[in-house]
Design a protein around this ligand. Structure first.
Ligand code: AMP
Ligand code: ZN
Ligand code: FE
Ligand code: FE
Length: 278
C-alpha cells in the first residue's frame, strides 16, 4: 500500500521518524512519503528506517502557503531534499512559525493565561530543523488544565476569529508550486475538502500545480469522487494518504486505511521533472 501524507516529530507528529516508519510497515505500507510541515528534517531518518523494514520512503513536504490570510497546505514530492533555494525558503517558514507562536503566547498572556514559553519554543531546538506550530500551544493549554482537549484549545483560542489567533506571513500557493518544481518535485493541493477554496485549484493548475489530494481521512466518498473528477477535468494527477500524526494525536488514525491507488502513484511519479531520487 502507498501513503503519501505522514507527519513525524520533525513537525507536529507524535512519532519519531523511526517509530512512524516501523508502524507504517506493520500496517502494510510499502511506499510512502514523509510530509512534515515546512521541514525535511525527518526524511533521512525515515529513509534509513525504511531500508531496514522494507518501506520505500520518498521525499515529501507539506508547506503552508497563504492566500488572502488563509492557510493553504501545499504538498510536495520527489524533490531534491538538499536543494539550496528550497532549504532557505523552509528555514524562513520555520522562523515565521516561531514569530507567530511567540505572538500567540503574548496574546494568551493578555488573556491571563501564562504558558511555559521556554518549553514550547525549546521544542524547536530538540531536532535541527524542527517546525513548531499551534499544536505545541494547544498541548500546553491541555496540560495546564485551561481546556479539556486539543480540539477545545483550537476552538476557543487558536483558530481565525479566536482571541489568541495570529495570522501567518508567507508565500502564495502559486509561488510554492513553482519553488517545488524548481527543486525537481511535483506539487499537490492538500485536503481541499477541509478548505472550501475549490475555486483556487484551476488557476493553480494553470500555474503548474501537478496534483490534487483526493484520498484523505477528512474526505468522504462524495468528496473523493468530486476531487477525482476535478483532477481528471483539469488534467491533474491525484495524491493521497492518511495524514497520520501518531498515536493519540486527537485525530482519526487512518494509517493503512486511507491510501493512494498504485496507478495514481505511477501517474504522479511520471510527472516529476527529475528521475532517480528516492
Ligand atoms: P500550524 O502549523 O501552527 O498552523 O498548526 C496547524 C496544525 O494544527 C494542523 O496541521 C493540525 O495538525 C493542527 N490542527 C489544526 N486545527 C486543529 C483542530 N481544530 N484540532 C486539532 N488539531 C488541529
Ligand atoms: Zn500537522
Ligand atoms: Fe494539512
Ligand atoms: Fe498534514
Amino acid at each position: 500500500m502507498i501513503d503519501l501524507h505522514l507527519h513525524t516529530t520533525a513537525s507536529d507528529g507524535r512519532s519519531t521518524p523511526e517509530r512512524l516508519i516501523e508502524r507504517a510497515a506493520r500496517r502494510g505500507i510499502r511506499t510512502c512519503a514523509v510530509t512534515d510541515h515546512d521541514t525535511v528534517a525527518g526524511l533521512e531518518r525515515a529513509r534509513l528506517t525504511g531500508e531496514r523494514v522494507g518501506v520505500r520512503v520518498m521525499a515529501g513536504i507539506e508547506i503552508t502557503a497563504v492566500a488572502n490570510g488563509i492557510d493553504v497546505h501545499m504538498l510536495g514530492y520527489f524533490f531534491d531534499p538538499v536543494h539550496a533555494e528550497l532549504a532557505e525558503f523552509l528555514a524562513a517558514q520555520r522562523e515565521d512559525r516561531k514569530r507567530r507562536v511567540t505572538e500567540m503566547l503574548d496574546r494568551l498572556e493578555g488573556l491571563g493565561i501564562v504558558l511555559p514559553r521556554d518549553t514550547i519554543l525549546a521544542k524547536s531546538l530538540k531536532m535541527t530543523g524542527k517546525a513548531i506550530g499551534r499544536p505545541a500551544i494547544a498541548q500546553q493549554l491541555v496540560a495546564l488544565g485551561h481546556v479539556k482537549d486539543i480540539a477545545e484549545a483550537f476552538d476557543r483560542y487558536l483558530t481565525p476569529g479566536r482571541p489568541a489567533f495570529v495570522s501567518r506571513r508567507g508565500a502564495a500557493p502559486a509561488e510554492v508550486v513553482q519553488l517545488i518544481a524548481r527543486a525537481g518535485g511535483v506539487s499537490s493541493f492538500a485536503h481541499p475538502g477541509k478548505l472550501g477554496l475549490d475555486d483556487r485549484i484551476a488557476p493553480l493548475a494553470a500555474a503548474g500545480l501537478t496534483a490534487v489530494e483526493v484520498f484523505h481521512p477528512d474526505h468522504d466518498q462524495a468528496a473523493v469522487e468530486k476531487y477525482g473528477a476535478m483532477a481528471r477535468s483539469l488534467g491533474l494527477a491525484m495524491s493521497g494518504g492518511s495524514d497520520y500524526h501518531g498515536p493519540s494525536a486527537g485525530r482519526i488514525d487512518a494509517l493503512g486505511q486511507v491510501t493512494l491507488p498504485p496507478d495514481a502513484f505511477e501517474d504522479l511519479w511520471r510527472r516529476a521533472p527529475r528521475i532517480g531520487r528516492g
